[in-house]
Design a protein around this ligand. Structure first.
Ligand code: HEC
Length: 154
């Protein structure tokens, strides 16, 4: 019992320590940039197999598709939290329109979230034709936001 408690205390101390180290090393704005870019990287990782299965570049595996689509539905909600005010400069491809046209940016986020949620629903059915159509809608929601709000590779 005591051992367990000391474990909890220790791991909490480590977590708090880690968070303050990360924040001490960089500004909150830089940390936000790092967070959202990491978020998109993780999202892109799970999106990859969905893309390949939808495009026939990899055999369709219902269980894998469903798992990744479920992850995508959750991951699609995270990066938006990292676009905090003042985080438009630095190691980022974010366009200033994210903040000056925040309603449109919110719409683009909602679109990704809704299309991803729909994809996860459809993935349960295993109806590959319908899944492919819905995947196309997710793909378009990524592209639409990148066109409007992300700078191209420099
Ligand atoms: C609502 C807008 C929006 C949507 C929707 C969106 N993205 Fe992005 N994405 C961005 C922005 C803005 C950046 C640049 C972030 C930065 O550099 O601070 C980005 C960056 C990325 C990156 C590069 C991460 C890095 O810095 O290495 C990847 C990969 C990515 N997005 C994949 C996707 C995929 C895949 C989808 C769809 C499933 C998607 N994004 C949907 C806005 C969006």
């Amino acid at each position: 019992m005591l051992k367990n408690i000391s474990k909890i205390v220790l791991s909490t101390a480590l977590m708090v320590g880690y968070a303050s180290v990360a924040q001490a090393e960089m500004s909150r704005e830089d940390y936000a940039i790092k967070f959202r870019r990491g978020g998109y990287t993780v999202l892109g990782w799970y999106y990859g197999p969905l893309y390949r299965m939808a495009k026939g570049e990899m055999p369709y595996d219902k269980a894998l598709f469903l798992r990744n689509a479920d992850y995508l539905a959750v991951l699609s909600k995270l990066p938006k939290d990292g676009f905090i005010p003042g985080s438009g400069a630095g190691e980022t491809k974010a366009k200033p329109e994210i903040w000056s046209k925040s309603d449109k940016f919110k719409e683009a986020n909602d679109r990704l979230e809704n299309e991803s949620a729909r994809l996860a629903e459809l993935a349960k059915t295993g109806d590959l034709d319908a899944i492919k159509v819905q995947f196309g809608k997710v793909q378009k929601s990524c592209k639409a936001c990148h066109d409007d709000f992300k700078n191209k590779a420099d």
